[in-house]
Design a protein. Structure first.
Length: 202
């Protein structure tokens, strides 16, 4: 093969490499776009799951719930403090899940437990009861005090059984169809016998 043949062969190979490289770039762009599109719902789900988000939360509580997922204990404690100021019961599920996730963070537990006691929601009782054992004395004491504060409220708010239906016998009107046993009896003082209207007419 002379130089002309080599040059022609190189040009053909370069053209094939360019076409192949272009196809690789196109495929890579398409795959990247598909992955980004598919990752959107996954990222949103993961963010909601890790941030203790809840559909019933108000916007302010949702912002604080995102901060409850922080790796920094100080950030989580600050979020708990704000939730206490908001005094919003929709924060209870997020706080109870945070208690379970960070049950080794005593400072966080000591900050979150009084907020749950303040909210007074019975949904926090199972998580609080788990903290009454195998924790520091301060955490266990705070959990017991929170339970003591929440339980009376939950008893008062518990739906009572419906009272038995009162019989309407006492409210039934007196029937007028049946005559009395001895009608038109007149009792006169000093007279021992009862005189009926029919006997007086005769």
């Amino acid at each position: 093969m002379d130089a002309t043949d080599w040059a022609h062969l190189i040009r053909e190979n370069l053209f094939s490499l360019e076409i192949g490289g272009l196809l690789i770039v196109v495929v890579w762009l398409v795959v990247t776009a598909l992955l980004e599109e598919a990752a959107g719902p996954v990222c949103r789900w993961w963010k909601a799951h890790s941030a203790f988000a809840d559909a019933e939360q108000t916007p302010c509580v949702r912002k604080c719930a995102e901060r409850l997922a922080s790796r920094r204990s100080a950030t989580r404690i600050e979020a708990v403090r704000i939730l206490g100021l908001l005094d919003d019961p929709t924060a209870v599920p997020a706080l109870t899940r945070a208690l379970e996730r960070y049950d080794k963070d005593a400072r966080f537990l000591e900050a979150a437990i009084p907020v749950l006691a303040q909210l007074g929601d019975a949904r926090a009782l199972p998580a609080l009861r788990r903290l009454t054992t195998d924790h520091s004395y301060a955490v266990m004491q705070a959990a017991r005090q929170a339970i003591a504060a929440i339980e009376p409220k939950s008893v008062l708010l518990r739906s009572s059984a419906s009272p038995a239906t009162i019989s309407d016998t006492l409210l039934r009107p007196v029937s007028t169809s049946a005559p009395p046993a001895e009608p038109y009896i007149l009792l006169r003082p000093g007279v021992s016998s009862a005189i009926s209207p029919t006997s007086s007419e005769s």
